[in-house]
Design a protein around this ligand. Structure first.
Ligand code: F6R
Ligand code: MG
Ligand code: MG
Length: 369
């Protein structure tokens, strides 16, 4: 029997310029991205696409049959970001080309600034997909919800009730500072997993597979912009992609993990912690103190690679209490002003101007007994 053909879902994102400041994207920039991806679809380079935005981040959601890390697909995304940067420059939008860290494309967009989450799989009889996009935070923000979704039965009832999930899931974890990775098989290794991924600034879950058959369930973007550039250049503002239902966590089990607005790094100047607020698309405008950090969720049904959707998954009063709570937590955290733990510890602030402040005081520090 012929092997069933695989589809690849690629979500590639970048901040190419903000409107106004770092809060949103100008509609002309989004139109420029749509026009280019429309042309690529017409030429058959991709099967389908959708362009969305979360805060000041431009999100390209594409399907094709070329597999992950394909140079044509990455090159297409790169050319879209370069073209959109040009549109942003013409309007003097803020931080135009912020995440475009290299001058020329060299075959793979990883390590060049944009964030990438890609997965390849055989499309099931029905394939419900969730794409999460966040602004004003970094990839470690997914660690807590990923743990709840794939390892915590208090979140995911299917871990107890559905025999196709009781074998558990494996987490691949990247050490972004050590340049290495490890796979931990849960539930057996949940304590070890937590020992690592509780350190959200260093250990980041990059993908999850099902133990019973190795099926890919989730992938996230783990690029750390500050490590690529060697200095603070903006936040990662990561994406995460989930396959759901029929032996995988249900749509509602995946979304449930976001009812707890956990504290994440990346608010104002990439130097503060704040609650991750789940919002509908039209509320992904982080204007309060450049935040608080936001997450949106786009739902799709895949149909032979076609993206049927998006459905705005957090546009549900069921998430109102999480939003309210995030607002209250924001008030509380802001009350700390420039003090930790609202302001991040020195080594995590990653902002260019703080070392300069300390440098200017160098001569005034006296040795103490
Ligand atoms: C950007 C971000 C913002 C900026 C802040 C200062 O993702 O987190 O909070 O860091 O608006 O930006 P600059 O230094 O460009 O004035
Ligand atoms: Mg920005
Ligand atoms: Mg952003």
């Amino acid at each position: 029997m012929a092997e069933k053909s695989k589809v690849t879902l690629s979500v590639i994102k970048a901040d190419v310029g903000g409107f106004v400041g770092h809060t949103n994207i100008h509609p002309d920039v989004i139109d420029a991205a749509k026009e280019r991806l429309h042309n690529s679809k017409e030429k058959g380079a991709i099967i389908d696409y959708h362009v969305l935005r979360c805060g000041d981040d431009l999100e390209l959601i594409m399907t094709h049959d070329r597999g992950p890390d394909n140079s044509d697909i990455h090159g297409l995304a790169w050319s879209v970001f370069v073209a959109c940067t040009e549109v942003a420059r013409e309007m003097k939008l803020y931080g135009a080309g912020q995440d475009i860290l290299k001058d020329a494309f060299s075959g793979n967009i990883r390590g060049m600034g944009p964030g990438v989450a890609e997965m390849e799989f055989v499309e099931r009889k029905s394939e419900p997909i969730l794409v999460f996009m966040a602004d004003k935070t970094s990839s470690g923000a997914w660690n807590l919800p990923l743990y709840k979704i794939f390892a915590d039965p208090f979140n995911t009832a299917g871990l107890v009730i559905d025999t196709s999930m009781t074998g558990g899931f494996s987490f691949r974890v990247v050490d972004v500072k050590g340049g290495r990775e490890i796979t931990l098989k849960c539930p057996l290794e949940i304590y070890t997993l937590l020992a690592l991924i509780g350190t959200t600034s260093r250990y980041m879950v990059s993908s999850v597979t099902r133990n019973s058959d190795g099926e890919i369930c989730a992938v996230v973007s783990t690029q750390k912009l500050s490590l690529i550039a060697g200095r603070y250049v903006g936040k990662d503002d990561p994406v995460a992609v989930f396959r759901t239902q029929a032996g995988l966590p249900a749509v509602g089990e995946v979304l449930e993990a976001f009812t707890f607005p956990h504290l994440v790094d990346g608010w104002m100047r990439g130097s503060h912690t704040g609650p991750l607020m789940p919002v509908p698309f039209y509320e992904a405008n982080p204007t309060r103190f450049d935040g608080p950090p936001r997450v949106i969720a786009a739902g799709f049904q895949l149909c032979n690679g076609r993206l049927i959707g998006p459905h705005d998954m957090f546009d549900d009063p069921g998430f109102d209490s999480a939003r309210r709570r995030a607002g209250e937590i924001s008030d509380y955290m802001r009350g700390h002003g420039p003090f930790e733990p609202h302001r991040l510890p020195e080594e995590e602030m990653e902002y260019t101007t703080m070392p300069q402040v300390l440098e200017s005081l160098k001569g005034r520090f006296k040795k103490c007994e």
